[in-house]
Write a protein that binds this ligand. Structure first.
Ligand code: BES
Ligand code: MN
Ligand code: ZN
Length: 476
């Protein structure tokens, strides 16, 4: 979407639709006094009212009470307005920036809500008989000077988030490990400071990436280990990003039930978020160095698949009893975490749709953060709060780790008891990061089915904004 900020009046702007916020219990802004519809408009949060002035169509957007307005409410209202623009088939939208005490964050929120709210995934719809529905193509913020930079930053990360949603939504017969690898190469080709390296099955075999190979051996689709580096010239430590890239998770021999299994095309949501966050960070030229490692495979049942009880050797050399082939994410992440440390990551954040247990614990409102380092955990939680991608920290404890011991091997991929499934999964991962500060984000509850106005019920692209926000903080 084309996003510009201009210091002009509502009457001067040429857009198919103009939007202006109104606060509950306050008179309408002076720009629209006298406009048809302005007298009856409501300021209640999320209420939209139509108005007309000077032949132009206006939507009056209820922002609620002034003291309750925050970035989240602005994202929500902006998304509602974007959907209204869609219904009206508006190609261009102008938004009068509401008055708050922070113009830059208000601009970021409006841009984010507009771009995320106008997202749709229609790649697989056959050509409609009529003209394809027009899309919202441009957003003009009517604002005092100084918000242009914030608007541009938000445009970059919100578009990245929509690209992550595209990757998530793409079915597994179109989005394979090779597809994710191709996207990594495309990102590298588009940015001077980014380079990609893709490891296929032969290399993985030579290196002994036993976790990734074990998961992939059940199906014919080749695995990939994707490495993306961004050299942004940061003075701080190199940030490692690891994203789970299971392009379809059937559960393997420990087969999942059929209901809702189609959602497991999105078991690569962590990978999608990492790829597109790196793209956005590079586009913004943030002064940070990144190493992203994405293990990608399908998890299929077959005569060649790993079986419950099989013992594998991870890249680190640790042996693991695979007691449930549906606990595949931790096996591939273990290799990727070891490799990220080896490549020079000085602190690591991983994003993974790792456990059903986190959906039970936190629903779709918070992702879980589990970390071996208080400072990194606090930075992740803060970045999540600033971006609106909320996270809640859960603890580690030696007692959880005890549950992950193997009967015949060093570790088991399945805890000996079902309780605290999100934490026991993370305790397994912790075995592979050594002393490197590490924060794991379990996004199984937030990667889709979130249901906010700007995420919808399908793929949410969760993690892109959080990672970009974290990189902004670490590069500042
Ligand atoms: N990809 C799933 C986790 C998941 C579940 C993501 C629901 C999104 C929604 C993961 O690979 C998995 O199957 N985890 C198992 C682990 C168990 C066998 C220890 C789970 O959570 O049931
Ligand atoms: Mn699984
Ligand atoms: Zn999985």
């Amino acid at each position: 979407m084309k996003v510009v900020a201009r210091e002009i009046e509502l009457g001067e702007v040429e857009a198919d639709l103009a939007a202006i916020g109104i606060f509950e219990g306050e008179p309408v802004p002076e720009e629209i006094v006298g406009a048809t519809g302005a007298e009856t408009a409501k300021g209640a949060y999320k209420t939209l009212s139509p108005a007309f002035a000077g032949g132009g169509r206006i939507v009056l957007a209820g922002l609620g009470k002034r003291e309750e307005l925050d970035a989240e409410r602005l994202r929500v209202v902006a998304a509602l307005v974007a959907k209204e623009a869609g219904r009206l088939e508006a190609g261009s939208l102008a938004w009068v920036l509401p008055q708050t005490d922070d113009d830059a964050s208000a601009a970021e929120a409006l841009v984010t809500g507009t771009i995320l709210g106008s997202y749709r995934f229609d790649r697989f719809r056959s050509e409609p008989p009529e003209e394809p529905a027009p899309r919202l193509e441009s957003l003009t913020l009517l604002a005092a000077d100084g918000v242009a930079a914030a608007a541009e930053i938000a445009r970059a990360y919100a578009e990245a988030q929509n690209r992550a949603r595209d990757l998530q939504s793409t079915p597994a017969n179109f989005a394979t490990p090779a597809t994710l690898a191709a996207r990594a190469e495309e990102i590298a080709a588009g940015a001077e400071a980014v380079s990609a390296e893709i490891l296929g099955p032969e290399r993985l075999e030579e290196m002994g990436m036993g976790g990734l190979l074990a998961v992939s051996q059940g199906g014919p689709v080749e695995p990939r280990l994707i490495v993306l580096r961004y050299a942004g010239g940061g003075e701080g430590p190199t940030l490692g990003l690891v994203g789970k890239g299971v392009t379809f998770d059937t559960g393997g021999i420990s087969l999942k039930p059929g209901a809702g299994m189609d959602e497991m095309k999105m078991d690569m949501s962590g990978a999608a978020a990492v790829l597109e966050a790196v793209a956005a960070i590079a586009e913004l030229g943030l002064a940070i160095d990144l190493i992203a490692v994405i293990p990608s495979t399908e998890n299929m049942p077959s005569g060649t698949a790993i079986k419950p009880g099989d013992v594998i050797t991870q890249y680190s050399g640790k042996t693991v009893e695979v007691n449930n082939t549906d606990a595949e994410g931790r096996l591939i992440l273990a290799d990727a975490l070891t490799y990220a440390v080896e490549l020079g990551a000085e602190r690591i954040v991983d994003l993974a749709t790792l456990t059903g247990a986190v959906v039970i614990a936190l629903g779709s409102t918070y992702a879980a953060v589990i970390a071996n380092d208080d400072e990194l955990a606090a930075e992740v939680v803060a970045a999540g709060a600033r971006s609106g991608e909320l996270t809640w920290r859960l603890p580690l404890h030696p007692e959880y780790k005890e549950l992950m011991k193997g009967k015949v091997a060093d570790l088991s991929n399945l805890a000996s008891q079902r309780k605290a499934g999100t934490i026991t999964a993370a305790s397994f991962l912790e075995e592979f990061v050594g002393n490197t500060p590490w924060a794991h984000i379990d996004i199984a509850g937030t990667a889709w089915d979130v249901g906010r106005e700007y995420t919808g019920k399908d793929a949410s692209g969760f993690g892109v904004r959080l990672v970009v926000e974290l990189a902004r903080e670490l590069s500042a």
